[in-house]
Design a protein. Sequence first.
Length: 227
Amino acid sequence: MIIAPDELVPLGDLLDRRARELPDATALVFADERVTYAELAARADTAARSMVGLGVQRGDTIGILLPSVAAFVALMFGAAKIGAIPVLMNARFKAQELRHVIGNGDLTMVLTSTSVAAAVDFPALLLEAVPDAARAARFVCVLALSDEAGNIVLTARDTVEGRLLRAACGTNGFGYDPLFLIDALGKTTAELEPDEKHAVSHRGNAMRRLKAMLPDVSTSVGTVAVL
């Protein structure tokens, strides 16, 4: 790939250009994985769409806390593709060091994962590092309906707003439910009765929003099936 000395090319565009030129060439090599430029570009696109779904906007500062894995690089390029500013956080940082970065980096969010093989529980480390004043959190669900050609014809989005506790409360639900406090209800989502959780469910409400829109598009896109 040749770049003129005076050419300004966005980081995401550099990856896409390389993926077009040498799609099957090796871009990344790890102990147990090799990733081609085409694969990396596809993963970066997926990461970019996920960030947009989470509400990330151009100019937002996004922390990335992961070890040296392909997902780390894909998130970095994905953030660049939507005009966000990736802050690459050292995977060896302790809670105190992360707290400093979070407190001074004007971060919109921090992206991490439990699905990578690592000696550190990054979500637990973040929970320890984030100060009480910055523990606002939300569950987000975004649904998209496409026609047979793959064109998106409807989207629906809903959230549940809350904050993260430092200690678990409740035995219902899964994942972060015991730590996710809904202030308006005074309960974590793990303490809600089934009818209470159904009423505030981001997934349920997003589906109800999408279902309410279906009559408006049925004539323009033909038969619509909800699976």
